[in-house]
Design a protein around this ligand. Structure first.
Ligand code: FAD
Length: 487
């Protein structure tokens, strides 16, 4: 078949690779002059930055694409981190998330006085939730009858109570862990899909399983290497890539997608896969088609304010991933989901030059400083950016007890409206819809159109959700739905 992919984000690229490997003729149209969408890179003087995602989990979802294309997965070099994250609290508590489970449990006992069996039981329960639900919620189309009739689903249904669907993640963490620092640490995993830990269901404790069990990783050349790898595989598979080519319409005839309109011209296809956010896909590319309003009006996930700072010195107390927690976590999420920034924000600092030395000059560091922000509701972003910059610097200097503002050599920023204008992400949300209630997973748009044949959807705003691993999984589901080329 001739297949068209609209958008060259991670989900679009991965589905183009999979469709081409299945024998289809694939064309990919990308609005920007570059591929990767949210996963892009840039340079500021001698510093290199990853603009968007910084945390890499489940690398097997990238390397399996190499295997699928008959390439050696070793061509994608990456390494596992011994310490997943460095945590800092205002009261002086410091904690390191060691990858080695026993070392981590002992360290938590030493720092927070929590017995290893308590945290061990929590981690084991999250592992169980993951094993029970991954195949249902993550690896298949949730919206097909055969998924619901599968043995995996029936097993999950039989153990529904253990999934803790009807408590919030925060309630689950308090019940199991009690110690406030540890509760806050495990609450934070709700932000991995841009949700509120005080509202997202307790089943979300499985998110941390990906990190604590499988580990965190870094590609040898930083996150941009993932985008480069996908582009290379796509080109090797013969995908025709058109850059600076925004698709204007998906063409529908007699209830099926028959191509797209781009640059005023019509390009025919038997299957169209949209990697554009699901809201503008309906509003802009399918304006004459009835839209699934309940799905499109779901609350959007949080967004972020990001400060990219080239630092003219190094900070040995920091690692690749660092989190400085707010003293008022509940207040921070209340503010975020009512459109405001909190005066004491949680600050995340990612420094790839710790692992990728060529990302900054010797003795310097490239800081990606991210503060959770509400999605765009027309706020005064310039004012909020300035205020947040100042609060962030004050917090960093206070908690790290080190001079920072005078060591910023070069600087850039990213805010929710810019995320929207660069990637088409509705309201600048990082992860599509938030998962702030039990129905969120079911309201996410399926990977196919229920009304129009030949139309598919991939990426962070549709099933199974946002974040690189889920986008890569959505590409796998789409390729399975389209099926192999017929001989
Ligand atoms: P997107 O990246 O959303 O790309 C969509 C593409 O479609 C864009 O290139 C856009 O230009 C193109 N497009 C849109 N409309 C058209 C059109 N009409 N015609 C042609 N092309 C079009 N995830 C993680 O796993 N770990 C992290 O640490 C992490 N941190 C993040 C930090 C930030 C600041 C951001 C922004 C995101 C982060 N994420 C993280 C989320 C992750 O980046 C996204 O879930 C993922 O990259 C989204 O991929 P996608 O396939 O949905 O495509």
């Amino acid at each position: 078949m001739n297949c068209i992919v609209v958008g060259g984000g991670v989900g679009g690229l991965a589905s183009a690779i999979r469709l081409a490997a299945a024998g289809h003729q694939v064309q990919l149209f990308e609005a920007n002059a570059y591929l990767g969408g949210k996963l892009s890179t840039f340079e500021l003087g001698p510093y290199r930055f990853d603009a968007g995602p910084s945390l890499f989990t489940m690398p097997q979802l990238v390397t399996e694409l190499y295997a699928l294309c008959g390439q050696d997965p070793a061509e994608f070099p990456y390494s596992r981190k011994d310490i997943g994250c460095h945590y800092f609290w205002e009261d002086g508590t410091r904690l390191q998330a060691h990858a080695d489970r026993q070392q981590y449990l002992d360290h938590v006992q030493q720092v927070l006085g929590v017995e290893p069996r308590v945290l061990g039981a929590y981690l084991d329960q999250a592992a169980q939730k993951y094993q029970l639900t991954a195949s249902l919620f993550l690896e298949q189309s949730l919206h097909r009858l055969d998924t619901w009739l599968s043995g995996d689903t029936l097993r999950a249904m039989a153990r529904l109570g253990s999934l803790e669907l009807f408590s919030s993640l925060h309630q689950v963490n308090e019940r199991h862990l009690r110690e406030p620092h540890l509760v806050q640490l495990y609450d934070r995993f709700a932000t991995y899909n841009g949700s509120d830990p005080y509202r997202t269901p307790g089943i979300m404790s499985l998110i941390q399983h990906l990190e604590s069990h499988y580990g965190t990783f870094i590609p040898r050349h930083g996150m941009g290497q993932i985008r480069d790898a996908l582009e290379q595989l796509a080109r090797q598979q013969g995908v025709q890539i058109h850059l600076s080519a925004p698709v204007e319409r998906i063409v529908i005839e007699s209830g099926r997608a028959v191509g797209v309109q781009v640059g005023g011209e019509r390009v025919a296809a038997e299957a169209v896969v949209s990697n554009m956010d699901i809201v503008p896909t309906y509003r802009r590319l399918l304006p004459d088609q009835p839209a699934p309003e309940a799905t499109l009006s779901q609350e959007r996930s949080s967004s972020a304010l990001i400060f990219y700072w080239g630092m003219d010195r190094s900070y040995p107390q920091l690692g690749l991933h660092n989190i400085l927690f707010s003293d008022d976590y509940r207040g921070e999420f209340e503010a975020l989901f009512s459109g405001r920034m909190h005066p004491d924000p949680t600050v995340y600092v990612n420094i790839t030059s710790k692992d990728v030395p060529q990302d900054a000059p010797p003795g310097h560091e490239n800081w990606f400083v991210m503060v959770n922000a509400p999605h765009d509701k027309g706020q005064d972003w310039e004012g909020m950016r300035e205020q947040t910059r100042e609060r962030t610097l004050t917090k960093l200097e206070r908690v790290l007890d080190a001079p920072i503002r005078d060591h910023i050599a070069v600087e850039d920023t990213l805010d929710p409206p810019t995320i929207q204008s660069r990637t088409g992400s509705h309201l600048g949300a990082l992860y599509g819809a938030a998962s702030n209630d039990q129905s969120a997973a079911f309201l996410r748009h399926p990977n196919f159109s229920r009304r129009l044949d030949g139309l598919y959807f991939v990426g962070g705003s549709v099933h199974p959700g946002g974040g690189l691993p889920l986008c890569l999984l959505s590409a796998r589901i789409v390729a399975e739905l389209v099926g192999p080329a017929r001989p």
